[in-house]
Ligand binder design. Structure first.
Ligand code: GCO
Length: 256
């Protein structure tokens, strides 16, 4: 029986920022498709709890504690996996933060924190993963997480917008350098997804109405509505797809 091109059995996936929200949904989706998953976060307890949620469902899951902005900690995390003979075949660069303030009032430290986590962190983790994929000669998958703000801006979220715009082009730079090693680098652009990060926006009646009136699906998306695209980009079904960003946004960017 021919195995499905979407089958991830025998693959190992690392998902950064996967304790909750869309990161956790990505991890659960890839685990359901057969992958062993490595969750990541910065808080030991909540990371362990997230791992237990998946192992309780019978999935092969474990945790790797590091902050994506900490270059030494990221390198140490990968070395620890090397020592245990664990090869990361699939990387989802999902770790991200949001900070909302008009630019004229924005402190450089807040700007830097968002850029470091949402853009530089993706570079730091992908570099470690790609070095090993190239050395093993086994290829691999890198999936970055963009946003509607990879294409269009909204007031008060300038560092996030700059970082997500950067993620789109960083993904293409990865394709330019790593596709020849059979590494496919692509991105997913979530629309407005009902997560903790957007809780304040959901509770804001005017903002909630704006989201519902601005996308043809007329609703917020759910985290699990992103996982199918992640499984596709993590699987051999996308072996000739490179440097793309797939928007999962209810049609927001497609319709005036
Ligand atoms: C915001 C939101 C957005 C969404 C998403 C949209 O403040 O506008 O947090 O950034 O999370 O990225 O694509």
């Amino acid at each position: 029986m021919k195995t499905s091109p979407f089958d991830l059995s025998g693959r190992t996936a690392l998902i950064t920022g996967s304790i909750r929200g869309i990161g956790f949904a990505f991890a659960q989706g890839l685990a359901e498709a057969g992958a062993r998953v490595i969750l990541n976060g910065r808080n030991e307890e909540s990371l362990a709890a997230a791992v237990t949620r998946l192992t309780d469902l019978g999935h092969a899951a474990e945790g790797s504690l590091f902050d994506v902005v900490d270059e030494a900690a990221v390198a140490a995390a990968f070395s620890a996996l090397d020592e245990r003979g664990i090869a990361v075949d699939i990387l989802i660069n999902n770790a991200g933060i949001q900070f909302r303030k008009p630019m004229v009032d924005l402190a450089l430290a807040d700007w830097q924190r968002v850029i470091d986590t949402n853009l530089t962190g993706a570079f730091i983790v992908a570099r470690e993963a790609a070095r090993r994929m190239i050395a093993r000669g086994t290829g691999g998958k890198i999936i970055n997480i963009g946003s509607l703000t990879s294409e269009a801006a909204r007031a008060t979220v300038a560092p996030y917008t700059a970082a997500k715009g950067g993620i789109k082009m960083l993904t293409r730079a990865m394709a330019a350098e790593w596709a020849r090693f059979d590494i496919q680098a692509n991105a997913i652009g979530p629309g407005y997804i009902a997560t903790d990060m957007n809780a304040a926006l959901i509770q804001d009646a005017a903002f909630d109405a704006w989201v519902k009136n601005s996308n043809p699906a007329q609703r917020w998306g759910q985290p699990e509505e992103l996982t199918g695209t992640a499984v596709y980009l993590a699987s051999s079904a996308s072996n000739y797809v490179n440097g793309q960003i797939i928007y999962v946004d209810g049609g927001w960017l497609a319709v005036l």
